[in-house]
Design a protein around this ligand. Structure first.
Ligand code: PEP
Length: 247
């Protein structure tokens, strides 16, 4: 586990006004404390540039995107180019979040194209996997996750594997207040690590799903849980800060 730095990644989804973003960074700057973990935030695409400027003042927060296109450029109205993200100095991109999979119908094959293209641009990729409640109840959790890994990370070049992080996000735990128990999460994290083709011991595997300052500690104590992908509790500086200091 020592090989893998703890990452706390805020996924702001489609939230935050300019006023709220300013407040966030004013609060973060006030609470001057060395961040020991890696603290990353993915705002909506429109706010990436401004966030990069503001994050600069707090030093160590890295900024990423919540999604990107599967190609670098072209007639894809409304999409975000991974080439443009890299060109802007964006550090990472989340690919395959369950909201992209369910609301926008993104399938493993498309996600594979997105992953490979983001890596080609040297972006770090947080590739998300996770089962729905129906899949868990049908005992299909491992089958679903294996498929998401096999197809989504197909043809992953060994020399880019160091740029990949995995997020295990059980769909039934996202935004529902129902956090998976540390044991439930660890079981899946260990399974995922066993399936990795490259850098089995080095790859960071995040847990996501209703993580809060009061439940992160027991998750991070597990051998294969290397941090968290956090929605709701990343929006307020106080919570985000607290998550980072517990980590
Ligand atoms: C997420 O969006 O990835 C997430 C885990 O959300 P929440 O923390 O709100 O459940």
């Amino acid at each position: 586990k020592n090989l893998r730095p703890i990452h706390i990644v805020g996924n702001w989804k489609m939230n935050q006004t300019m006023h709220e973003i300013s407040e966030f960074f004013i609060e973060m700057t006030k609470m001057k404390m060395e961040l020991k973990c890696k603290a990353w935030i993915a705002p909506q695409a429109l706010h990436i540039a401004i966030l990069k400027e503001m994050a600069f003042t707090t030093g160590s927060i890295q900024v990423g995107a919540q999604n990107c296109a599967e190609v670098d450029s072209g007639a894809l109205t409304g999409e975000t180019s991974p080439l443009a993200l890299a060109d802007m100095g964006v550090e990472f991109v989340i690919i395959g979040h369950s909201e992209r999979r369910t609301i926008y119908g993104e399938k493993n094959e498309l996600l594979n194209q997105k992953v490979l293209n983001a890596l080609k641009n040297d972006l770090k990729v947080i590739y998300c996997v996770g089962e729905t409640l129906a899949e868990r109840e049908a005992n299909d959790t491992f089958k679903v996750i294996e498929e998401q890994l096999n197809v989504g990370l197909h043809n992953l070049p060994a020399d880019k594997a160091h740029l990949v992080l995995i997020a295990y996000e059980p769909v039934w735990a996202i935004g529902t207040g129902k956090v998976a128990s540390a044991e439930q999460a660890e079981e899946v994290h260990a399974f995922i690590r066993g399936k990795l083709e490259h850098l089995k011991d080095e790859t960071v595997i995040l847990y996501g799903g209703s993580v809060k300052p009061d439940n992160i500690d027991s998750l991070l104590r597990k051998d294969n849980i290397d941090g968290a992908l956090v929605g709701g509790a990343s929006l307020k500086a106080k919570d985000f800060r607290q998550l980072c200091s517990i980590a």
